[in-house]
Write a protein that binds this ligand. Sequence first.
Ligand code: CTP
Ligand code: MG
Length: 171
Amino acid sequence: MQELWIPLLLTAIPLYVANASAVVFGGKTPVDFNRTWGDGKPILGKGKTWKGFGMGVLIGTFTGGIILHYFPTQALATSPEYLLFSFLLSAGALVGDMAGSFIKRRMGMQRGQAAHFLDQLDFVVGGLVLSLLAGPPYWVTVFLVLIMITPFLHMAFNRLAYLLGLKSVPW
Ligand code: CTP
Ligand code: MG
């Protein structure tokens, strides 16, 4: 258990940084170029932009590079290909997030409308599934722990953002 903390942290950091960077650096041009699906609704919607996608992948991977530089032993114990692993986590997070929006649009939900669990877990599942390609030894355990704690982390962050006056509601 003791030694699980490090792979857990070194997986969670690029994953969450990639996801958050897309939100912080979101742009204008939508990934779906405003096109609609056969049901007449947007394919993904205006909340998924190329800039958000690119910045998420770039900053998530770069964060992995910094971690690898300063903590090589711990990084390589997390995945023998840690830089590739960070890239796959980041790209997978953004693809998973888009898959989540695709599902929401097919369910007729407006852009930004809350879909509990889906909103919070799409990027975790996407990132972890793609990152399997980089052979992370603790994958199963890390996957299960992140799936379990992410909804709670999400609640805690929203509450903190509310207390800091960044959000108008605590959820
Ligand atoms: N964002 C982006 N590009 C992405 C992902 C996110 O530009 N690939 C930005 C958008 O400004 C988006 C914000 O981050 O509005 C919040 O992301 P998210 O909650 O995933 O999107 P929503 O707007 O809530 O849309 P959806 O209903 O599709 O989840
Ligand atoms: Mg949202």
